[in-house]
Design a protein around this ligand. Structure first.
Ligand SMILES: NC(=O)c1ccc[n+]([C@@H]2O[C@H](COP(=O)([O-])OP(=O)(O)OC[C@H]3O[C@@H](n4cnc5c(N)ncnc54)[C@H](OP(=O)(O)O)[C@@H]3O)[C@@H](O)[C@H]2O)c1
Length: 238
């Protein structure tokens, strides 16, 4: 490369960076939260603490405004559709019965994006056929079916929100968080976002492996460190 062409390359890169939204340029990822209750509210607040802009959504967005005001200027409030558009990455934390509709209504907005899914299908709360489907096919395959086109990564579903709130950013060893997905780039971004929350990401493998840390699974719940979580995942047998 000549001096002139290398200068041109540097200038080109600078122009690209200047054109990028501020958040991207600084390594901050706009995150859309769908389901801003115990889990969505807790994790969204932690992402804001680490500098990511977060749009919290609700079917009644006005109800979230007081919470967002307390979290400062990085916190925004919108409809589910607006959060799906806003996020470069999305967190879905709703009762599982809501997932198929969210996938249908927001298919285009979610396409190609990392969708972290913390939602569980719970007997008595969620429709019985979905609870059965989850048992038969596992959480990873089931969520991907209802969120077609999105890069689903399962995470955060088997540790209580109070534990996430109290253990975030603790001194080493950090709280290990298992995650599973099929898309390598989405898995990489998921790991970064888990780290930014103040936890230690522990990859469990592809979506087929998400059952290992599903409710009642061998690696569900909080482990004391990443080594313990890895050992539980490795020992898990179908
Ligand atoms: N609580 C925990 O510690 C925990 C831990 C791990 C995983 N989970 C799982 O995470 C999910 C959320 O649990 P949570 O405790 O955070 O529940 P939550 O406090 O009740 O919050 C769920 C939120 O989902 C929204 N929602 C419900 N149905 C929806 C739909 N059809 N479309 C869009 N939004 C909908 C509701 O918001 P609006 O009514 O305002 O729209 C509600 O604020 C569940 O599947 C749960 O099993 C929970």
């Amino acid at each position: 490369m000549t001096v002139t062409s290398s200068r041109r390359a540097v200038l080109g890169a600078a122009l690209v960076l200047a054109a990028m939204p501020r958040a991207f340029a600084q390594g901050k990822i706009p995150i859309g939260v769908i389901g801003s209750g115990n889990i969505g509210g807790t994790l969204g607040a932690l992402w804001i603490k680490s500098g990511h802009p977060v749009m919290f959504s609700s079917r009644n967005p006005d109800e979230l405004k007081p919470m967002a005001q307390k979290l400062g200027p990085l916190a925004k409030v919108g409809t589910v559709a607006q959060a799906a558009q806003f996020g470069q990455a999305i967190l879905i934390a709703v009762p599982y019965g809501g997932l198929p509709q969210i996938g249908r209504d927001n298919r285009a907005a979610l396409a190609g994006k990392l969708v972290l899914d913390a939602s569980n299908a719970v007997a008595g709360r969620d429709p019985a056929p979905l609870v059965d489907e989850m048992k038969t096919n596992g959480p990873g395959i089931t969520s991907q079916k209802y969120l077609p086109g999105a890069h689903v990564v399962r995470a955060f579903n088997a540790i209580g929100y109070k534990t996430f709130a109290s253990e975030a950013g603790r001194p080493d060893p950090k709280l290990p968080v298992a995650y599973a997905g099929d898309d390598p780039a989405a898995m990489q971004l998921a790991a970064q976002l888990i780290r930014d929350l103040g936890f230690e990401p522990v990859a469990a493998g592809g979506l087929k492996e998400a059952w290992k840390f599903y409710l009642g699974g061998p690696a569900a719940g909080a482990a004391k460190d990443a080594a313990e979580m890895k050992a539980k995942l490795a020992a898990a047998k179908q």
